[in-house]
Structures are given as C-alpha cells and as structure tokens.
Design a protein. Structure first.
Length: 152
C-alpha cells in the first residue's frame, strides 16, 4: 500500500514557525485511486493491532459493516504519524486534531482506533459531522492535524 502525496494540487503539510499544519487526510490509496474500505487494504501489523480491539473478525456479516470506518480511521491516523515523522516529530507532538465524519455514529470506532496511536492522553480535538468529502461518498472520515515542533 502506498501513502503517496495528495491527489490534487495542494500541500500535505506546511511548516509555520514551530507549527506544522496538515491538510485533511482521507483514506485514499493513490496508486489505485480508490478509498480504502477492506481490512485487506491494510498491512498485516495494522490488522493484528485492530484484531486486538475486536475488529478484523473474519466474519463477513460483521466485517462488512465495521471495516470501512475502521480501515479509514487507521489509515488517516497512520498517515498523520508518517507526516509528523517526515518533519522530525511523533504523534506525541500532534497537539490538535479536527475530525470530520459523514456520520457521527462512526466516531466510537474511530475513537477506539485512535487509542492505538495515543495510548495515553489524545490531543485536543474537534469532531464535526459533514455532508460529503472529496473524492466521493465512500470516504467516511477526514482528519486534519496541527503539530508543535519547536525549532532549535
């Protein structure tokens, strides 16, 4: 799976002094140009971690409903982790998240997945319900982040 750069003409992140501001991240595989929605879209270590939360059951009647939001939640948070690392930071340096959901009923699953990235206290956050996202209706969550990285 490739994480790649944004599929449109904008910066994925921009540093301004001690802060790095991230554009909203959606779970799109740029190589396939599709929104991720199956556990098979994630690397094995991610599936193992999610299995520890009770996801990735192997039961079609369960996974077909849970997988899209769980997979997208893991992907966007992992992408934020990668961008933080590219700038010399970690998830502990992420001080604010703004989480946009197509359906607020997806928040509990997202929140459980977020716990994998923040085993302690998560950053301050805002949760908003929206009507749609680009690239299409399959996208269920978008997350933007602010990272604090004091310059030396």
């Amino acid at each position: 799976m490739s994480t790649g750069q944004p599929m449109a003409h904008y910066a994925a992140a921009r540093r301004a002094g001690d802060f790095v501001f991230l554009s909203g991240v959606v779970a799109v595989d740029p190589a396939r140009r599709t929104v991720l929605d199956r556990y098979d879209d994630l690397p094995e270590p991610a599936r193992e971690s999610l299995g520890g939360l009770g996801y990735v059951t192997g039961q079609l009647s369960v996974d077909v409903f849970e997988a899209p939001i769980v997979v997208q939640s893991w992907f966007v948070l992992d992408r934020i982790r990668q961008i933080a690392a590219e700038h010399g930071g970690t998830m502990n340096d992420v001080v604010k998240l703004v989480q946009y959901f197509r359906d607020l009923r997806h928040y509990p699953a997202y929140n459980r997945v977020r716990g994998l990235f923040y085993p302690g206290e998560p950053p301050v956050s805002t949760v908003v319900e929206v009507a749609r996202f680009l690239p299409g209706d399959a996208a269920l969550v978008e997350v933007e982040a602010t990272i604090y990285l004091p310059e030396d």
